[in-house]
Design a protein around this ligand. Structure first.
Ligand code: MRU
Length: 357
């Protein structure tokens, strides 16, 4: 079991994903600013993991805020939530998680709880979100396993695994589910330039589980498909628009287009917390632009001439027409996604007793 995110009295403990695969080290974020920085600097990354970390981060902030009454705590709380929401822009799980924590704060305050009880309730809620996320991934694994081939190659892009969630993973959860169901899967992991989540993280965690894995450079995906080595593709997502357009790691769109050309099903696995019904199409999804140095340098060594133009969008959007199915914890959504996704999100809201998204 990989411990991506853990609550401790000393703070939020994160496996440092910038150090993997060569060093397995853990960092304790002792206050909510350090948690925000950990998300921004990609110590922790991956949409569901960002959400759970942020929930624990705001709970930590509330625990340590100077406040002698509920009004003072609320003022501090609003500031803490705003700071946390500035960590990264694309993964909607960040905003979903902060909203869910805000709803909890309001419910605790409305029930007449004092400062100590509100603080305790927020910590409990963040721990519940951690457990819920693992359960959601395991459910995605069971549903998605049915889509995987009995035997053959499955290509994935970026890391949508235990390291990108509270545990088990979304896309890698589907692969784990298939392997647990007895299917013989060989994973092709795109290395995922420029941050190398595929070669550093996906390969690391799949090898820990003994799942057969081959890392390929991103520009090899097409030829692997043409050679018949890939029977299915499964990726995660940072935000899915109401119409089923999928934002995910830069390069995902290229993979989806290649998949269509070769007649290979392209699947997305993501919890309903990644579905953003308030954003009608992928056009409205904010795409994070990251530092040029991620492209200009590899392991500290300069790879481009001084002053050259650089683009570094962290994500792209795959139009829903390319997506064969979207696996959530509630089952398998098919086109038209506008209807199938809405139904699943509505069901999730009813079960959670909230309607805050
Ligand atoms: O920039 P990152 O590493 O946070 O990007 C992560 C991805 O693109 C993942 O595929 C996505 O968040 C889904 S994680 C289950």
């Amino acid at each position: 079991m990989i411990h991506t995110i853990q609550w401790s009295d000393a703070g939020v403990v994160l496996i440092d994903q910038t150090k993997l695969p060569t060093e397995e080290t853990y960092l304790t974020c002792a206050d909510y600013i350090q948690v925000r920085d950990g998300i921004r600097d990609m110590i922790v990354r991956g949409a569901p993991a960002i959400g759970v970390t942020a929930a624990m981060g705001v709970a930590l902030g509330a625990r340590d805020a100077a406040a002698s009454n509920v009004a003072e705590l609320r003022a501090a709380w609003n500031h803490i939530c705003e700071v946390m929401a500035g960590a990264r822009p694309t993964a909607v799980n960040l905003f979903w998680a902060i909203d869910r924590m805000r709803v909890k704060f309001d419910a605790l305050a409305a029930a007449g709880n004092d400062v100590a009880a509100i603080r305790a309730g927020l910590i409990e809620e963040s721990k519940r979100m951690h457990a819920d996320d693992i359960a959601a991934c395991e459910a995605m694994g069971r549903h998605g396993a049915t889509l995987m081939p009995e035997r053959g190659g499955v290509l994935t892009h970026c890391n949508a695994g235990a390291l990108a969630t509270a545990g088990y993973g979304t896309a890698l959860g589907v692969i784990r589910g298939a392997v647990e169901a007895g299917k013989q899967i060989h994973v092709y992991a795109d290395e995922t330039r420029p941050f190398l989540q595929g070669s550093r993280l996906t390969a690391w965690e799949l090898m820990k589980d003994g799942i057969a894995t081959t890392v390929i450079a991103d520009n090899m995906a097409g030829v692997m498909m043409r050679q018949g080595k890939v029977q299915a593709i499964v990726v995660g997502s940072d935000r899915i628009a109401a119409n089923g357009d999928v934002a995910n790691k830069i390069g995902t769109y290229t993979v989806a287009v290649l998949a269509k050309e070769h007649g290979i099903p392209f699947y997305v696995a993501a919890p309903t917390s990644t579905v953003d019904l308030a954003t009608p199409t992928g056009e409205g999804i904010p795409i994070e632009q990251r530092d040029r140095r991620e492209v200009t340098h590899i392991a500290g060594r300069q790879m481009t001439p001084d002053g050259v133009g650089i683009e570094n969008p962290a994500f792209d959007v795959t139009p829903h027409q390319y997506v064969a199915a979207i696996v959530t914890e509630r089952g398998i959504a098919r086109a038209p996604y506008k209807e199938s996704l809405k139904k699943m999100v509505d069901e999730a809201n009813v079960e959670a007793g909230t309607n805050h998204r």
